[in-house]
Design a protein around this ligand. Structure first.
Ligand code: NAD
Length: 314
C-alpha cells in the first residue's frame, strides 16, 4: 500500500478519530485545530483513541494550529462543524496545492459550496459517514460499533484521486465505498438529521424518547418526508422508505442518545441548524416546495442559538 500525506482540518471528535486511524494505518497525518488544550495533550501524550474496549495512544501523529504547518497534503479531510468550514479553510489556504484533494464527510448541505471557494471542483470529494465519535476530553476520543463511508468526487468523475482516497480510508478499516449515488446518501442523512437532531434540540429529549408519543414519531417522519420531497424536486433520488426505516430504527434502538445538536445546545455552543434544516428551507424556497415543519424547527433552534449567544455576551 502506498501511504499518503494527510491533513485533517478540524480535529474534534470525528477528525481525531479518522486522523488517528489513518495514522495507525501508516499514513503521515497532521491534525489541524484551534483547540489548544486538545493539541497540547496530543503533543504531550499522543492521541488517545478508544474503540470498543481497545484503548491506545497514537504517537505518530502531528497536532498543530493552522498557521504552524506548511506541509501541503495530498488529502485534506475537513471535519469542522459545517458553519466553521469557510473560516477554517481560510486559515490553511497556504497549504492547498494544485492537486490536493479535499474531502468533506461533514453533515448538512452547503459544504461543497464552501470548499469550492478555495479549491477547484475537480479536487473536491464529498460523502457521508455512519461512523460515530465523541471527544472524551483533551487528547482523547472514543468511537463504538462499525460504520462506513460513501464517497465520490463532487463533479461525479471516478478519477484516480477518488480511488486513491478510498484506498487510504479502507487501509484504516473505515469501510469506504465509492458511490455514484452519493447525493442521495447525503440528502437521506440530512433528512435523518433534520428530523431527529432538531426535535431533540428543541425538546431536550433523547432519540428514544421520541417514541414516547405517536405525535413526536410522526413529526420526525413528516420532517423526513419534507426533506426527501425537496431532494426529489432537485433531481436527487433520495428514498423516503430508507429514511423512515432509519428514523424508526434510531427511535427504537438509540437508548439515551443525545444527537450532536442537543449536545451543542446543552453546552451553549452554536448548532449546525443552518447547514441542516436551514439549508433545506433555502433549497425548498428556490423549488417552490412547502416544508412547514422543517422551517418551524429551524426557527425554534435558531432562537435557542440566539438565546445561548446572548447569555455568553452578558
Ligand atoms: P467537533 O465539534 O467535535 O469538532 C470540530 C472541530 O473543528 C473542533 O475541534 C474545533 O476546534 C475545530 N475548529 C473549529 N473552527 C476551526 C478553525 N477555524 N480551524 C481549525 N479547526 C477548527 O465536531 P464533530 O462531532 O467531530 O463533527 C464534525 C462534523 O462531522 C460535523 O459536520 C458533524 O455533523 C459531522 N459528523 C459527526 C459525527 C459524530 O459522531 N460526532 C458523525 C457523523 C458526522
Amino acid at each position: 500500500m502506498s501511504t499518503m500525506e494527510i491533513a485533517v482540518l478540524g480535529a474534534g471528535a470525528m477528525g481525531s478519530m479518522f486522523g488517528g486511524r489513518l495514522a495507525e494505518a501508516g499514513h503521515s497525518v497532521t491534525l489541524i485545530d484551534i483547540n489548544q488544550p486538545h493539541l497540547e495533550a496530543i503533543r504531550a501524550n499522543g492521541l488517545c483513541v478508544e474503540t470498543d474496549g481497545n484503548t491506545r495512544a497514537i504517537k505518530n501523529i502531528a497536532a498543530m494550529r493552522p498557521g504552524a504547518t506548511d506541509k501541503t497534503p495530498e488529502l485534506l479531510l475537513v471535519f469542522t462543524k459545517s458553519m466553521h468550514t469557510r473560516a477554517a479553510l481560510s486559515g490553511i489556504e497556504h497549504l492547498l496545492g494544485e492537486t490536493t484533494a479535499v474531502l468533506t464527510l461533514q453533515n448538512g448541505l452547503g459544504n461543497v459550496e464552501a470548499i469550492r471557494d478555495f479549491v477547484p471542483l475537480a479536487n473536491v470529494l464529498i460523502g457521508v459517514t455512519t461512523w460515530p465519535a465523541d471527544l472524551v476530553g483533551p487528547g482523547s476520543v472514543s468511537s463504538h460499533g462499525e460504520g462506513n463511508i460513501r464517497m465520490m468526487s463532487a463533479d461525479g468523475e471516478r478519477t484516480s484521486k477518488v480511488s486513491a482516497v478510498a484506498e487510504a480510508l479502507n487501509s484504516a478499516g473505515l469501510n469506504c465505498q465509492v458511490d455514484d449515488n452519493v447525493w442521495a446518501a447525503i440528502w437521506e442523512k440530512v433528512a435523518f438529521n433534520a428530523a431527529l437532531n432538531s426535535i431533540c434540540a428543541v425538546t431536550g429529549t433523547t432519540v428514544d424518547q421520541l417514541g414516547l408519543l405517536d405525535d413526536s414519531k410522526s413529526l420526525a417522519l413528516t420532517v423526513a418526508a419534507e426533506v426527501v420531497s425537496v431532494a426529489n424536486a432537485s433531481g436527487v433520488s433520495a428514498d423516503l422508505n430508507t429514511c423512515s426505516t432509519n428514523i424508526v430504527h434510531a427511535i427504537e434502538q438509540h437508548r439515551g442518545h443525545k444527537p450532536s445538536m442537543l449536545q451543542d445546545v446543552l453546552a451553549g455552543r452554536k448548532t449546525e441548524i443552518e447547514g441542516i434544516n436551514g439549508a433545506v428551507v433555502d433549497v425548498a424556497r428556490t423549488l417552490n416546495v412547502s416544508v412547514p415543519h422543517t422551517e418551524t424547527l429551524a426557527k425554534l433552534v435558531r432562537l435557542i442559538d440566539a438565546r445561548n449567544a446572548s447569555a455568553v455576551a452578558k
